[in-house]
Design a protein around this ligand. Sequence first.
Ligand code: 6PG
Length: 242
Amino acid sequence: MTDSRPSLRVLPDAGALAQTAADEVLRAAQAANDRFTLALSGGSTPKHLYQRLAAADFAARLDWPRVHLFWGDERCVPPDDPASNYRLARETLLDHLSIPSVNIHRIPGEQEPAQAAARYDRRLRDFFGGLPRFDLILLGLGDDGHIASLFPHTPALQERHRYAVHSTAPVPPIHRVTLTLPVINAAARVLFLVSGAGKAAILRRVLEGEAAGDDLPAQLIRPARGEVIWLVDESAARLLSH
Ligand code: 6PG
């Protein structure tokens, strides 16, 4: 029985965080039966992890032809736009791997948002044959407690039927496509990566503050049959009580 309480590991710095996260990706891949389904996160934090996974000594330890890469969310911009989460992964990871292109399930951010969301939802249904159960979903933590592109008190956060939806962010890029809460909470493992002093206050609110419901989407991540692992560096953890 998976322990439902989140586990927290505090690492000395961003480099150690990336190394530990890479080890967790490998552990999840080894636990997967045949194909390994991984949803990548966006923003800036995962860049070091992707570079670590792409490094020759590490890349050789993953059987990339059985790895299927998805995204937890995407900004509605072209894939070569500096704001694209796909572009971040392509530059730091995909361009350095021999992974079949059919294994890369990009969210078509260049399309009209609702159409992009519907296409991604269909891709998820066709691939998983129903509610997706990812082997591993990577998440960052937004300053307002958002995860993926599920922002506080938004219709996207309330969605309980579709697997991917159009979401609007309070900061540009406004239009996004995001996995929904039911998909994230169906995962076998969710790995949060949180780095930097700027995240200390929100991390304390999420982990040690009052239950805040839709005020703090990160607190709503409770996989029914999965584990949540928080990997944070000392700067981000400096306000935590333990
Ligand atoms: C995005 C991400 C978003 C991100 C957090 C943290 O598309 O921006 O999916 O949820 O993970 O905002 O971002 P940083 O890692 O840049 O702090």
